[in-house]
Design a protein around this ligand. Structure first.
Ligand code: SF4
Length: 86
């Protein structure tokens, strides 16, 4: 699965949300919890590794789960955890 790292915080552009064919990037701009102090997350159970989202991100916050930058060691865990809350 692809994951979104903390580079998203403060930008939260959300252009990735529009291109995801399986709508697995949350929260969307219309959902509770969409505020710029947080970040977007990809549901690892639903992502189909289509590659559509990562090119859209203006801050390069999206990577495959095995290519997360070393500065964000918990990015995989944080994406999964977001969906376990609900
Ligand atoms: Fe959605 Fe494709 Fe990105 Fe996975 S890789 S989050 S399916 S757009």
């Amino acid at each position: 699965a692809y994951v979104i790292n903390q580079s998203c915080i403060g930008t939260k552009d959300a252009s990735c949300v529009e291109v995801c064919p399986v709508d697995c990037i949350h929260p969307t701009p219309n959902e509770p919890g969409f505020d710029e102090t947080d970040q977007l997350y990809i549901n690892p159970e639903e992502c189909i590794d289509c590659d559509a989202c990562f090119e859209q991100c203006p801050v390069n916050a999206i990577t495959p789960d095995d290519l997360v930058p070393e500065k964000w060691p918990d990015a995989v865990e944080r994406n999964a955890a977001f969906f376990q809350q609900t």
